[in-house]
Design a protein around this ligand. Structure first.
Ligand SMILES: [Zn+2]
Length: 416
């Protein structure tokens, strides 16, 4: 099939109007957006999206985990589907761009292709994945889509399970039915996601497009340092078994280690609980939640074992014991090489400046990538700020990203 569409471009005005309209749903006082997954605002955002899909003459499709899609069907009913999209949910008081531009740009590409009357040999589907941001369960929609949702995801001790279930029911999602959302990889050509970079690599390098090569792997642990609660003033300093001192030593040491030995790795302790929690009692328990990320699977594993050894050494130095619990492990996601080459080719054709880039943030693409060939395109984030009302991407960059996406879709569809 020959598609003569070199000049085809998205309708920039229509995309911008969509963006501005959607930004009115869940607006916060400071100009941010709160569309927490399954909240009233999120449901309102989905209803708005379903209306846009119908208005464009596309088919509305929803599944058992609440993913909402618009489909431009191919003539052949048994054709495979090329999938693209992102998420319309946000963090609390987040920005207008994260997730949103990926869904809206994909919708605009489908409208453009439909209007041009192109007959493609694949179905095109734009998808909004449920709860990418993890208000209840990170990647709930994409995990359901790939059949990777497990009972523990619905019974997570970290969240109020009753409230989660109530929120699911309210959104029409029945926990006993979520397994039905699983799609068959054989039915899919691949998945494409356009997203803001969320760091400032592209902006500093003055490049328009980031071609994601991998998404970092990630590991989260609970480190529980156990000591003894005694009188803080009368217990001899040498006899104190202060859980917090051991934990503090560990936090400093793990940052030093990462800085010195793993400059491309990331480590963070963002949550500490101390017991009994009184100013005059030596802490008997310090619980830390620690996360590490790296783009190389074997280095990530090495970082994990060294963190555990370091925690044991720090515990020993303060006469403590430490119990280590793995909470989450997501492997490094490698983007599909052919799709990466296709993005590169489209950038060359459109004379867009581009660079390869590693994503340090998580995306639905990392859940999709072991399931179907997947790739991601980044556009610059000014100041590298995201999850904030100050999140900002220049409109010309969004327009460029959407036009790159359009022609990647056309190339991949033509060869399918
Ligand atoms: Zn996002």
């Amino acid at each position: 099939m020959v598609i003569v569409v070199q000049q085809l471009a998205i309708n920039n005005r229509r995309l911008k109007d969509d963006f501005n309209e959607l930004a009115n749903i869940g607006t916060t006082v400071g100009g941010g957006i709160s569309r927490l997954a399954l909240s009233n605002e999120d449901l309102e955002g989905r209803a708005w999206f379903a209306n846009r899909i119908e208005e464009a003459g596309l088919l509305v499709r929803d599944d058992e985990v609440g993913n909402l899609s618009g489909v431009l069907p191919a003539h052949q009913r048994d054709a495979r589907t090329l999938l693209m999209g992102s998420h319309l949910d946000t963090v609390l008081n987040g920005g207008k761009y994260d997730g949103t531009i990926g869904v809206l740009a994909a919708l605009e590409c489908l409208r453009t292709i439909k209007e041009a009357g192109l007959e493609l040999p694949v179905h095109l589907e734009v998808i909004n994945f449920t709860d990418e941001e993890g208000t209840w369960q990170s990647f709930f929609g994409s995990l359901g889509f790939t059949g990777a949702l497990q009972a523990k995801h619905l019974n997570d001790a970290e969240v109020d399970n009753g409230a989660f279930r109530a929120a699911l029911f309210r959104a029409g999602i029945r926990p006993s039915e979520v397994h039905r959302a699983k799609r068959r990889p054989a039915d899919l050509v691949g998945y494409l996601e356009l997203h803001i970079e969320q760091s400032e690599t592209l902006a500093l390098a003055e490049k328009q497009i980031g071609i994601v090569t991998k998404i970092v792997g990630r590991s989260t642990y609970n480190f529980n340092f156990h000591g003894e609660a005694t009188h803080a003033a009368t217990t001899s300093r040498y006899k104190q078994r202060d859980a917090l001192q051991g934990a503090s030593r560990f936090i400093t040491a793990m940052h030093d280690m990462t800085h010195a030995d793993y400059p491309e790795g990331v480590v963070n302790c963002g949550d500490i609980h101390v017991k009994p929690g009184a100013y005059n009692v030596v802490p008997e328990l310090a619980s830390l939640q620690v996360e590490c990320r790296h783009h190389d699977e074997s280095i990530l594993s090495e970082m994990e074992s060294r963190l555990i050894r370091l925690a044991q050494d720090c515990a020993k130095a303060h006469h403590l014991t430490v119990i280590v619990q793995s909470v989450l492990r997501r492997p490094v996601a490698i983007m599909n090489p052919h799709m990466v080459d296709t993005i590169q080719a489209v950038c060359d054709e459109q004379q867009r400046t581009q660079m390869p880039i590693i994503s340090y943030a998580g995306h639905d693409t990392q859940i999709l990538s072991p399931f179907v060939p997947s790739a991601m395109i980044f556009v610059p984030s000014q100041g590298g700020i995201s999850h904030s009302p100050r999140e900002y991407t220049e409109w010309k960059d969004i327009e460029a990203g959407a036009n790159v996406l359009l022609h990647i879709i056309l190339k991949l569809a033509a060869e399918a």
